[in-house]
Design a protein around this ligand. Structure first.
Ligand code: ANZ
Ligand code: ZN
Length: 802
């Protein structure tokens, strides 16, 4: 019998389509399992084998869980708003909807090829008005609760194209289209108050089964710092400079102050004679990016303002400087500088000859000039002798007593700029009325649908193309009925992906984003699989949305993804596989040669799923040959199986135990090795015939990896129903016990030989055999044995004298 993968694969895809074996039913008495892929942006390039890795992992896992008896939800959809389709429209005049539909059709064809158990009845598309109606609904809910608000914010502006740019369109500070230097332009922007959730977003990371590195990135992004706000009075003025410090304990070591160049007080406190220098410096630094400014080892620059502040606790004046190593958008945009204990302040003080006063001494002796570690306070009046943590609390107490400080928490996290001056996005459902201000579009009037436009270019004013459509813009105020104008900004690409995983539970609901019943059965997501590039933005935004929707009372859980798995990238010639690098392998070509099952199996075999892996066509060929062998082995014995025998039972139970353990720990690459070893071992047994249990076990176990092959063999074994109605094989511990074990023989603690003994050998027998082993004669002969010991199943140790 010959293995013809393409034939088998075509046949079973058709069977799956007609029987609907992959439909998620819900509300059964089975436990549920929700396995989710990060849904793709349907680009014009289609999918390459690098993309397929994650989709294969999630499908193998879903099918495995199904065999374990779970009711599976494994859906797929499209994150289809976004810039590429819009830029394509600008260049080719093709409506983004049309281009997107075409791309989706190609993606869907490819994902059907993969043989994944997606329930296509639940397909979700973020650009579908029936979907984005609810994306807008959640925005309205946020607006009603003060979590969506308007603020004047700088946007990226290309003075030559006369358009606002998305961050992705600014490359090294230049416009991605024309190369002109990008400037900032202040415009009203819609913002979401994600900072209101900062603490919960941070604390709840602890309850998630996520990779540690992803949690670490989220923690760093939220960036919670505990410290104090401290106010310093400007000498000879009523102005105060407020700083944020995580080290209030070092207050006596503060020797100067620094304002960010953008700080609003810079102008007013600078003395006459310093005006010109300060102005020049401020202008220069505004041209630098935050990234340039934060480079640690660059020489520090700065300028003295001529002004001084009074130290709040001692009679001392501190000079106030302006320097670009202090950023305006963190803390208060001003610092008290403690050069003895802060690296940046130290470099600055050295450069400009400012005082350095040590106030913390290491427990074990003299401090270096710069010391950032823990220790005891010195030169600090009443704080002297205290440890750093205690001194922090005491310092805040002292300063609060003078009314000049309070303890505070600071975050790196900023509110989310939620507006784009673009066409291809969800319209923000707000109407601007001269009388009532911004008013939300009433829920029963949602969705605000995207109107047809003739041109997709942003307007020259920085507004979205929607602003040019009068019939869209002019409307009436939902509150007072007076004339009003619609908001013309659209939502960012991230909006639709913040809640799509909820919609899959109940995708055709016209009354609500989802029913309580469906959401309660399916959610939260049990396993989320996707790329690590989403570690912060998408995964943080989704958590924020779910907490908000929880607070609305619409769901009971407040974390969307219980478990997260981030797959490693596929490389070719050492570089990340990507269309732009021209090193992609197209799955369509591979399928034509080797079949989908071989491709799936190779995607799993290529390496540990979380690690980067290099694509290798030889490896793929090896896997394809292995599937052929498996097919012939099972198909060849299906018609005339023999009764089981001990050697087969033993192989089978061991295989199931090994494989199950590897599956559970997500080691799919070594799972494939387990198949290969098993099939090798069975080939030796095959002359004496194979029993039904062996054939069925191998078939069921391989079907998550090679589902078409699994179905074909299962039917050859005489089954009428799908192999995915079967149960994952179990094993019996008694078959795992070894009858013989290899033990080490140690002389004075060093291994000098090996010995194979019966697993249940007695201590006396083990020692006697060990002493007779030829390898160790030279170590024991003529020596006095002072001690002998047998560690069961592992080693015999003999201690000799002399
Ligand atoms: C005095 C001090 C003494 C500080 C010391 C550090 C060490 P994180 O942990 O990142 O929150 N800082 C505050 N605002 C700043 C700004 N806008 N730009 C640059 N630096 C700023 O760091 C907080 C510390 O970074 C603060 O504590 C402040 O310096 C500095 F031995 O105050 B510290
Ligand atoms: Zn009004």
């Amino acid at each position: 019998m010959e293995y013809r993968p393409q034939e088998i694969e075509r046949k079973w895809k058709e069977v799956w389509r007609t029987t609907g074996v992959h439909k998620a039913h819900g509300h059964t008495n089975k436990p549920k399992y929700y396995c989710l892929d990060m849904f793709p942006y349907p680009s014009g390039n289609g999918l390459h084998v690098g993309h397929w890795r994650g989709y294969t992992i999630s499908d193998v896992w879903s099918r495995y869980k199904r065999l374990l008896g779970y009711e599976i939800l494994h859906p797929m959809g499209w994150d289809a708003f976004g810039l590429p389709a819009e830029n394509y429209a600008i260049q080719n005049g093709i409506h983004p909807r049309v281009a997107t539909e075409k791309n989706i059709a190609n993606f869907k064809r490819q994902l059907e090829e993969i043989g994944a158990m997606y329930d296509w009845d639940r397909e979700v598309n973020t650009t579908d008005p029936d979907y984005y109606r609810w994306t807008q609904y959640f925005f309205v809910k946020m607006f009603e609760r003060g979590l969506a608000y308007r603020k004047k914010m700088p946007i990226n502006w290309c003075p030559s194209c006369k358009t606002g740019l998305a961050n992705e369109e600014v490359v090294d500070g230049r416009c991605d289209r024309c190369g002109a230097e990008v400037t900032k332009r202040e415009m009203y922007q819609w913002m979401l108050k994600i900072t209101a959730y900062a603490d919960r977003l941070l604390d709840d990371l602890d309850k998630l089964d996520w990779p540690e590195h992803v949690k670490r990135m989220q923690r760093a992004w939220i960036g919670r710092s505990e410290g104090a706000r401290i106010r310093f009075k400007v000498d000879g003025s009523t102005d105060e400079i407020e700083v944020f410090s995580t080290r209030p304990d070092t207050i006596y070591g503060a020797t100067y102050m620094v304002l960010a160049p953008e700080h609003p007080l810079v102008q007013s406190i600078t003395t006459e004679d310093r005006q010109a220098d300060v102005e020049r410096y401020v202008e220069e630094s505004l041209r630098k990016s935050n990234i340039e400014r934060q480079v640690v080892d660059k020489t520090k620059t700065g300028v003295f303002t001529g002004a001084y502040v009074k130290h709040p606790l001692v009679d001392r004046k501190l000079p106030v400087w302006v320097a670009d190593y202090v950023l305006m958008d963190y803390g208060t945009g001003a610092i008290m500088a403690v050069p003895a204990h802060d690296e940046r302040d130290f470099e600055f003080a050295k450069q400009f000859g400012l005082d350095i006063i040590p106030v913390v001494q290491p427990e074990d002796g003299e401090a270096e000039e710069l010391y950032t570690g823990d220790g005891r306070m010195i030169n600090s009046e009443s704080l002297n002798g205290l440890g750093v943590e205690e001194a922090k609390r005491e310092a805040v107490k002292l300063l609060s007593a003078t009314g000049q400080a309070e303890a505070t928490v600071n975050y790196r996290l900023r509110d989310w700029v939620f507006a784009r001056q673009r066409y291809w996005g969800e319209p923000i459902p707000i109407v601007h009325c001269d009388m009532c201000g911004p008013v939300a579009v009433p829920e029963d009037q949602l969705p605000v649908t995207l109107p047809e436009v003739e041109r997709y270019e942003p307007t020259g004013t920085g507004e979205s193309p929607l602003a040019a459509i009068e019939s869209f813009v002019n409307t009436t105020c939902p509150k007072c009925g007076g004339p009003a104008k619609r908001e013309t900004d659209t939502m960012p690409q991230w909006a639709g992906s913040c809640w799509y995983f909820l919609r899959y539970a109940d995708p055709h609901n016209h009354e609500a984003p989802f029913s309580q019943e469906a959401i309660h059965y399916w959610l939260p997501v049990d396993m989320y699989i996707g790329g690590v590039e989403h570690a912060v933005l998408h995964l943080l935004y989704s958590r924020f949305y779910v907490k908000f929707i929880h607070d609305l009372g619409l769901i009971q859980f407040d974390e969307p993804f219980q478990r997260l798995f981030t797959q490693g990238m596929i490389t070719l010639n050492g570089a990340k596989m990507s269309k732009s690098k021209g090193n992609v392998v197209n799955p369509d070509d591979i399928i034509a040669t080797y079949g989908v099952d071989a491709l799936r199996m190779y995607e799993m075999f290529v390496g540990p799923p979380e690690d980067e892996a290099e694509w290798n066509t030889n490896g793929l060929e090896g896997v394809a040959r292995f599937l052929g062998r498996t097919f012939r082995l099972v198909a060849g014995h299906a018609a005339h199986p023999v009764p089981g025998r001990d050697s087969l039972h033993k192989l089978r139970h061991r295989f199931v135990a090994t494989l199950t353990e590897r599956m559970e720990s997500f080691r799919f690459n070594t799972s494939v090795s387990a198949f290969m070893e098993y099939v090798n071992a069975l080939s030796n047994e095959a002359k004496q015939g194979l029993d039904p249990d062996t054939l069925e076990t191998l078939t069921i176990a391989i079907s998550p990896f090679a589902p078409h092959l699994g179905e074909e063999l299962w039917s050859l074994l005489g089954h009428k129903e799908s192999v995915f109605e079967a149960a994952w094989p179990t094993y019996d511990e008694t078959w795992l016990k070894d009858d013989e074990v290899e033990i080490a023989i140690q002389i004075n603690g060093r291994v000098r030989g090996k010995l194979v003994v019966a697993a249940d050998i007695s201590e006396a027998d083990a020692i006697a055999l060990a002493k007779r082993a030829p390898d160790i004669q030279e170590w024991v002969q003529g020596k006095e044995i002072v001690k002998e010991l047998y560690v069961k199943g592992r080693l015999v140790n003999i201690v000799v004298k002399g």
